[in-house]
Design a protein around this ligand. Structure first.
Ligand code: DGL
Length: 283
């Protein structure tokens, strides 16, 4: 299973994926050379998504998790279309090993928030790219009668998470600036519509106070084994017995601290993800 994001945000998704599907092997791609995606042109994000998808297929992935709300909004429809028809392309890239690919995307959890709010107001925190995309606007349109939907870009959140500043005065100050307007509007539920934001959840909760609920991801849980079910795959997995899947990280712009940073994210975010990995450069 290939997973990608603009940076470390998708590790919050990888963590869940490994918990639910422990026998799968995962390849995580961090596109930090282009991070953040949130304010980038949609065409550029689609272009990156295609390149990364090809790379993950080349490495043997037949399921691609777009572990990024911004990239899902910008690219997933096109990816599903482009990789559904010319199967030769997939066969060629994978050297004949794979002939079809499934895509799993992220979507801000507006539905459960809108249906569950007690104050009738929900707040959505996401990137500019997500909030302006038609995918999000359609979802919002469907639940506008159920709740008042207030939004705010999580200004500076991705930068905080990427630089490992998940707590402290600076994090509180940055988070408060985007969160407070939503709280002032009466939101009792905050949708975290970007896979980077869960890393700031403790700060968000502290500012939000008691009695708030926080939705992190989609209602259709992306790793529902039923979604992946395909008899051959399931048989293959069960034949592996107690096999514990491997995972590794590839990164578009390794920095000296990359490895340390990933290990830090992983050890804080998920204590069992302690297997070694390699980072490598992809053009
Ligand atoms: N983690 C991504 C998301 O879920 C993208 C953040 C960014 O690069 O701006 O939207």
């Amino acid at each position: 299973i290939g997973i990608f994001d603009s940076g470390v945000g998708g590790l919050s998704v990888l963590k869940e994926a490994r918990r639910i599907l422990p026998a799968e092997d995962f390849l995580y791609f961090s596109d930090n050379a282009y991070c953040p995606y949130g304010d980038k042109d949609q065409d550029l994000i689609l272009e990156r998504a295609r390149e990364i998808t090809d790379f993950l297929i080349f490495k043997g992935a037949d399921i691609i998790v777009v572990a990024c709300n911004t990239a899902t909004a910008a690219a997933i429809s096109a990816l599903r279309e482009e990789y559904s028809q010319p199967l030769e392309r997939i066969r060629m890239i994978s050297g004949g090993r794979i002939d079809h690919v499934k895509f799993i995307g992220m979507e801000p959890a507006v539905k459960p928030a809108a249906l569950g709010t007690r104050t009738g107001v929900i707040g959505v925190l996401a990137t500019a790219g997500t909030l302006s995309a038609s995918k999000y606007l359609n979802t919002k349109g469907q639940y506008q009668d159920d709740a008042v939907i207030e939004e705010h870009i999580g200004e500076g959140f991705v930068e905080l998470v990427e630089s490992g500043q998940w707590s402290g005065d600076r994090a509180r100050e940055v988070v408060k600036a985007s969160l407070q307007p939503l709280l002032d509007a009466g939101a009792d539920t905050i949708v975290l519509g970007c896979t980077h934001y869960p890393f700031l959840k403790p700060v968000i909760e502290k500012i939000g106070g008691e009695g708030k609920e926080y939705w992190v991801r989609d209602r259709n849980y992306p790793f529902d084994p039923a979604f992946l079910a395909n008899e051959q795959r399931m048989a293959e997995k069960s034949g592996r017995g107690t096999y514990f899947g491997r995972w590794r990280v590839e990164i578009s712009k390794p920095q000296e601290s990359s490895e340390a940073r990933f290990l830090n994210v992983i050890s804080v975010g998920d204590t069992y993800m302690t297997k070694p990995f390699k980072t490598r450069r992809l053009k």
